[in-house]
Design a binder for this molecule. Structure first.
Ligand SMILES: [Zn+2]
Length: 326
């Protein structure tokens, strides 16, 4: 008998990362495909082509796992609202099972990433865990008793859409809210704040870079902040403080052991996490404010793929928790 292997995929807004994953989360083969702007049919074809490519070297896979950037209604088995991919109101799991001829474990991408961190990353051994993924937007996931918490319909964990400022700017990506954490502390928000600082301080490194034609993005702000530009550092400090205000609310509501922060914005590291920890400690109630650990994710960009792979192994093994992934 060959050792058990599964296919695993993490579909982001612009790229699909896939691999063959072993039972302990080891990645044996990888594929990367650009998927920005594809129609649903073209995206499904790309997934199938990538799966075929992976199966050439792993013909005996038992199942496939997927993390997708969408809210999910487990009662109907459909992905409901996906900001970046054409998966609105779509029976994703059934369609993919049909196309691949494999049992498919699937979930929101943040849930998949948290599952990876629970098993192999920053939440190993923890029971009550909150994860935020700070990128263009802010995703979130929750685990209680060491198990992913999905809410009454499957859509829980959208922590980026907790209001931090009820009169704040309109949120993005189809969210009807205002002043959500995502509107104030995401990569997109960091870019907007960066543009403001660039025009207010044209002689700063940030101001000069923007005058030279670079986009005032979260990536640029982070790059210059890591080089020590005070203007860029102040933008990250403000975003970190806003993140901390959101984390204080989360800590008060849920009293987690650990809050994990991942996503592309974590290239900024302590420049973002330091102010977030400080504001959390100042504003949350005791004992949560003293007890909760705020830490960077450990698995990086493969967290979602590894988590989806471990979920697929769970599904293939069967047992009590397996069906929760379908
Ligand atoms: Zn929102």
């Amino acid at each position: 008998m060959p050792p058990p292997r599964v296919l695993a995929f993490d579909a982001g807004g612009t790229k699909l990362l896939g691999g063959v994953v072993g039972a302990d989360g080891e990645i044996e083969r990888r594929v990367l495909r650009g998927i920005a702007g594809l129609t649903r049919d073209a995206l499904l074809e790309t997934i199938c082509e990538a799966a075929e490519k992976l199966r050439e070297g792993a013909p005996h896979v038992l199942a496939a796992g997927f993390g997708i950037p969408s809210t999910i209604d487990r009662r109907s088995g459909r992905s409901v609202q996906s900001v970046h991919l054409p998966f609105d109101d779509f029976a994703f799991g059934a369609e993919i099972e049909d196309r691949l001829g494999l049992p498919v474990a699937w979930d929101n991408d943040a849930n998949a990433a948290l599952f990876g961190e629970l098993r192999l990353g920053a939440a190993r051994g923890a029971s009550e865990v909150v994860m935020l993924t700070v990128g263009t937007g802010i995703g979130g996931a929750l685990a209680f008793g060491g198990r992913i918490y999905r809410g009454s319909s499957g859509a829980a964990g959208e922590l980026g859409h907790i209001p931090v400022d009820s009169d704040g700017p309109p949120c993005q990506g189809g969210c009807p809210g205002r002043g959500c954490l995502e509107a104030l502390a995401s990569g997109a928000a960091i870019g907007r704040e960066g543009a403001t600082v660039a025009s207010a301080a044209p002689d700063s490194a940030l101001g000069r870079a923007v005058a030279d034609g670079r986009e005032a993005s979260g990536v640029l702000v982070t790059e210059l902040a890591l080089e020590g530009d005070p203007g860029a550092m102040s933008v990250l400090e403000l975003a970190g403080e806003r993140l901390g205000a959101g984390l204080a609310g989360i800590a008060n509501a849920l009293d987690p052991e650990v809050i994990i922060v991942g996503g592309g914005a974590m290239r900024a590291g302590e420049l973002l996490l330091g102010p977030a920890r400080r504001v959390l400690a100042e504003r949350a109630l005791r004992p949560a404010s003293e007890r909760v650990r705020v830490t960077a994710a450990e698995l990086g960009e493969v967290a979602g793929m590894v988590g989806a792979g471990l979920a697929a192994h769970e599904l293939a093994r069967g047992g009590e928790r397996a069906e929760a992934w379908r």
